[in-house]
Design a protein around this ligand. Structure first.
Ligand code: ATP
Ligand code: MG
Ligand code: MG
Ligand code: MG
Length: 477
């Protein structure tokens, strides 16, 4: 029997509690900080301790934090390893142990046999990275028996952490698992991050960051008076490896959603790539949507609500493209609730609300789709009667702008009807609309009453609103 995701999560906490850490529950995905769209790393709830603004009630802690990363939305279903919602397991030291402690604790959990409460990874398949000048970390890995051939040095962009603003910063060391030559090129994580799967990031907060820009262009000031540890391990990624499946979407908490989607659509998973991506998107997004609603997000036209709306609409769209003719949402959220409630009881206790919110959004979107589909069919007839082969950019734009019909759907349906779409023309019209909206915004004081602006905001999507999310989510925990 493989190791279940709930068990992987539990083993992590137990390992660190045995080593004296205080177990801290996950924070909500939504924190009061308006700059942070969603909690995207385990360290977020501990930021005031790391910044020295508050004194922690413990010197070491462990948690499994609910995370949402909107930056990864386009990767979902396409890479083997990116979820929008995932669980980040972490251990934290506030001026207690430092590099040696963090490295040894991570290594022992990863390599301890499954029968003894560990994850039982073959040490020969693990690779590690260290920051360019971090000889200290390298020495610790060597002492644990990791040969120098499997230790790589990486620069600022990959292996140096900060919050993007003056404050604590420091080198990282990451742990990767080699899935084998059938998954890509030799040469370690530096050569191929698909074959070498990143599972754990250890951050050594040891310096103070000065002014500068972004992830890799800033001044490093002197050492911090108190050094801290912040780590993040992807629970879904460990499950992916321990369960011997091909990707995170086929692990025990996500694969049953794919099975449900197979039932509802009549299509099978594992037959063709385009369909498989849709199945994986459904599984990933159904879970993220349910977790976000559980934490109080409602679908809307901006910020967090817009992200949720986009996730829910992508589920509906993907299911329809797979052949679903009837509503699907109630069944998806039910199965997510059954799967997630053992670790997150709010998914069970708050189920009715989660169901109402998600099904309400589906109903509204299906209406949009049906009006749009009528217009789409008329357009196709018109193109055909005039002997054309292509839907004009203007028609695609009208479908989008007036009927809220997403361009991907127009493209898909056009392909099914044997027609092309003037996508470049469509994009041009979108750009013009954005430009008009910008000019309007400048000439109006009360931009929020202007529907063109509002439309632009929706079209542009949530990436504009990530703020802190964007600064902290890549190559950091
Ligand atoms: P990647 O390079 O694969 O995108 P990352 O470097 O952005 O990952 P970190 O910010 O270092 O990830 O986060 C710590 C850990 O959280 C990662 O080592 C990984 O195990 C896990 N993780 C990060 N992003 C995701 C995701 N989108 N889905 C699932 N697990 C994730
Ligand atoms: Mg990433
Ligand atoms: Mg990383
Ligand atoms: Mg990375």
């Amino acid at each position: 029997m493989f190791v279940q995701t709930h068990e992987i999560r539990r083993r992590f906490l137990d390992h660190f509690v045995r080593a004296g850490h205080t177990e801290v529950p996950s924070a909500s995905l939504i924190l009061a900080d308006p700059n942070l769209l969603f909690v995207n790393a385990g360290m977020v709830q501990f930021v005031p301790y790391f910044l020295g603004q508050q004194t922690p009630p413990f010197s070491t802690a462990t948690s499994v934090q609910k995370c949402v990363r909107t930056l990864d939305i386009e990767n979902v279903g396409i890479t083997t390893r990116h979820n929008t919602f995932f669980q980040m397991a972490g251990n934290f030291s506030f001026g207690d142990y430092f590099k040696r402690g963090a490295i040894e604790l991570a290594w022992s959990l990863l390599t301890k046999p499954v029968a003894d409460g560990g994850y039982g990874f073959d040490p020969e398949k693990l690779w590690v990275t260290v920051y360019l000048d971090d000889d200290e970390a390298e020495q610790i890995w060597l002492a644990l028996g990791v040969p120098s051939e499997r230790i790589q040095r990486r620069g600022m962009a990959d292996n140096y952490w900060s919050m993007g603003i003056p404050g604590p910063c420091g080198p990282c060391s990451e742990i990767y698992f080699d899935r084998g030559p059938e998954y890509g090129r030799d040469g370690g994580p530096e050569a191929d991050e698909d074959r070498y799967l990143e599972i754990w990031n250890l951050v050594f907060m040891q310096n103070e960051r000065g002014e500068g820009r972004g992830k890799d262009n800033f001044e490093i000031l002197g050492p911090l008076p108190k050094k801290n540890i912040d780590t993040g391990m992807g629970v879904e990624r460990v499950a992916f490896l321990l369960q011997g499946v091909d990707n995170v979407y086929e692990t025990d908490l996500l694969r049953p959603i794919i099975t449900k989607a197979e039932e509802l659509t009549g299509k099978s998973y594992g037959v063709n790539h385009a369909d498989d991506v849709r199945f994986r998107v459904i599984a990933d997004h159904a879970r993220s949507a349910a977790m976000l609603i559980a934490d109080g997000v409602n679908p809307g036209n901006d910020g967090r609500g817009y992200v949720l709306r986009r996730l829910l609409r992508r589920i509906v769209r993907s299911a329809r493209l797979l052949g679903a003719e009837r509503p699907v949402m109630a069944e998806f959220v039910k199965i997510v609730s059954d799967l997630m409630a053992p670790s997150y009881p709010e998914l069970g206790t708050d189920f009715r609300r989660i169901e109402n919110v998600s099904v309400g959004e589906e109903t509204a979107f299906l209406k949009t789709l049906s009006t749009g589909t009528k217009l789409f069919d008329e357009t196709v007839d018109e193109v055909r009667t005039t002997g054309g082969k292509r839907i004009s950019g203007t028609d695609a734009f009208t479908l989008h702008d007036t009927y809220g019909f997403p361009i991907d759907l127009t493209l898909e349906m056009a392909a099914e009807a044997g027609l092309e779409v003037d996508e470049a023309g469509f994009r041009e019209l979108m750009a013009e609309q954005r430009q008009r909206a910008k000019e309007d915004a400048q000439s109006r004081k009360h931009a929020h009453a202007d529907l063109t602006i509002y439309k632009e905001f929706v079209d542009r999507g949530p990436t504009e609103f990530t703020g802190f999310d964007e600064l902290t989510s890549e190559a950091t925990v």
